[in-house]
Ligand binder design. Sequence first.
Ligand code: ZN
Length: 88
Amino acid sequence: MITNTHHQISTQSAPNLAPVANILPANTPMPLACDACDHEQSYSMHHLRSLPELVCHHCGDQRQFSVFELTTLESALNTMGYYLSKSA
Ligand SMILES: [Zn+2]
């Protein structure tokens, strides 16, 4: 049983600004919830960049991942201080 709950993340300076940009590799898994049943599946950013058709493993719902969603996802990550590696 691990009882040490000390967190390594420092929030001492500018909590609303990430002091260092964190570069995420292109194979970082991104959890996306299914529109139909909210089942979450993870896709790598590399895969999402190809704008794939996403098929839910739970209910079989299919949808096209759009440029708009990709842009939204990347800008949300940038807001949190994460930048995606452009290369795989
Ligand atoms: Zn589903």
